[in-house]
Design a protein around this ligand. Sequence first.
Ligand code: GCW
Length: 716
Amino acid sequence: MRKALLIVLLATYMSLRLNAEDGYRLWLRYDRISNPTLLSAYRSQISSLSIEKNSPTLTAAHDELLTGLEGLLGMKINLHTSIINGTLLIGTPNQSKTVANNVSRTEIEKAGKQGFVIKNALINGKKIILVAANTDIGLLYGSFHFIRLLQTGKPISNLHIISSPLIENRILNHWDNLNRTVERGYAGSSIWDWHRLPGYIDQRYKDYARANASIGINGTVLTNVNANALVLSGMYLEKCAALAATFRPYGIRVYLTARFSAPVELGGLKTADPLDEKVKQWWKDKAAEIYRHIPDFGGFLVKANSEGQPGPQNYGRTHADGANMLADAVAPFGGIVMWRAFVYSNETPDDRFKQAYNEFKPLDGLFRKNVVLQVKNGPIDFQPREPFHPLFGAMKQTPLMMEFQITQEYLGQATHLVFLPVMFKEVLDADTYINGKGSTVAKFIDGSSGNQNLSAMAGVANIGSDRNWTGHPFGQANWYGYGRLAWDHRLSSTDIAEEWIRQTFTNDAGAISTIKNIMLRSHEMLVNYMTPLGLNHIMGNGHHYGPSPWSANLPRADWNPVYYHRADSAGIGFDRTSTGSNALSQYAQTVRTKWENIASCPEEYLLWFHHVSWNHKMKSGRTLWEELCYKYNEGVDSIQSVQRQWKQLSSRIDKQRFAEVAMLLGIQVEEATWWRDACLSYFQTFSRQPIPRGVGEPRHSLDYYKSLRFPYAPGN
Ligand code: GCW
């Protein structure tokens, strides 16, 4: 009897253990490879590891390789310095003669400062694999890449990989506050436990660093751009230093947001005027103090004169004056200033779309060498789909960096499955035509179009204290995909999705194809049920949750949805042609001509640039009103089909994450329907036309949708 009970308990425990996959390990799961053929092939090719642990970074590589290989291969890995069959040798040409003799000069040069070479070699009849680089961090990146090859089931007998990042600074921006709330965060609270720092180093910090290093992220801005000066005080700098020390072996530099009024708030000065000598000195001293705590401090990220933040304009100075003052303070230590271009003012009687360009274009050439302008992907604000920002390509003498939002403020927060690399690629690959055909946005940020001494990309993090880090299990794919694209924006979203699925869920071919199909379609689906045909900024006020196209009561015109869609009895959309705000004049002629003409304007951008009659004939032959209805409906239908696809995966992935995603898809279907019904009911009051047959009828009255309130929606 007792024995039977024990067996039952044991069986239950085993099955719980097998099914308990809470997502904490992200894509760094090193469970034994389940395909026996692959496993034995790998086992015959890898038997020992040769790496010198003479730096913290190499120790990190050693530890990761050992855990990774022993986990994936399910066998003991020997540590040898001598070469035997199956040695995995990690080293720079300086550290290892074998590397020096077997990796050519051209190969190692191509790897650059941060990249790596992975190749097979035959040494005295012994087959080995080399991971080579010029630097320790290159070796760490190469080690992670090698582990990824095994996790994704790639052959390793004929390797010849040379990889180096196209963008030098690959950064996460945390909008984390010192009280541990996260602005636009949907995955719990901030992972920075300020209260217990610097004494207590949470294991999460190290796992965060590992995850980032595995995809090549090499910088982190710890604090919110809506900044608190306190983080620059001595007490907090000690805490930041402890984080920096934890991240350092993984090649991750710490940056901080600088509140422009800090000299007044912290320093007791009467002004924060960037041309005031005392203010300049205060920042110089502050920079020196920061570098005493954090010798490899990356620099400052600044949101100034935007949405109520203080800035140089409070003193009649320009953005260049402000940025340069901070740049001078960090320059002696090699720091940079990332100055955000996200500025717009209610007082300016011009289309918000145009304001960043109007503000910064005249300042081209006036910034210090260590300043980079951080520009959001689109001109408004991280909407589900935006045309590329007109500043890309427009600044000839100022480096520009890309700011993407990984956290899904406007894209379903943490309840919607949407794979953002598809959208990131859409922007990176967009052609600005500034220097003729092929002048893609990516070329202006990776430096390949010239005039760029500094290259960087930022992603607003979706990371929080939730056990699975990102709230939605698929949010992890956006963190992962952002990092991979920051490293190499030429990677396809298909390849990134597949890599991620294999590492995160399974190597089962059928499951991969289902999950990949869902991921690759997900962005278009979301655009359809939220903001089709170029609609934008029609979400709930403040918290930005759910639809609210009717909102018109916020104090600033440019915060209200009605400002953006401009629906009336004649039609809908924002006229940004020369008969309207003429925002299109900020683009190169080719782009402008194409988008200005309603016949050639891509329909996905239509309402961004045109006020279109409800009866306008669309490419499908339907009227605009009908098309809008169809698009919304298509969005809902497609997410319902995803729900069905997901169900097929029940036996192919672990129970826990399967169930979590299934529940979230339920919410997503509900919310997609809510978006469709609320938006169509509202826009119908202008079109005064029936909802076409085949399109779902709204389930509630417009008044009902208008009455909904969400005072405790997260992230606000
Ligand atoms: O998207 C908006 C957000 C704000 C954010 C701002 C910005 C940090 O709603 O929460 O503030 O953009 O990017 O500065």
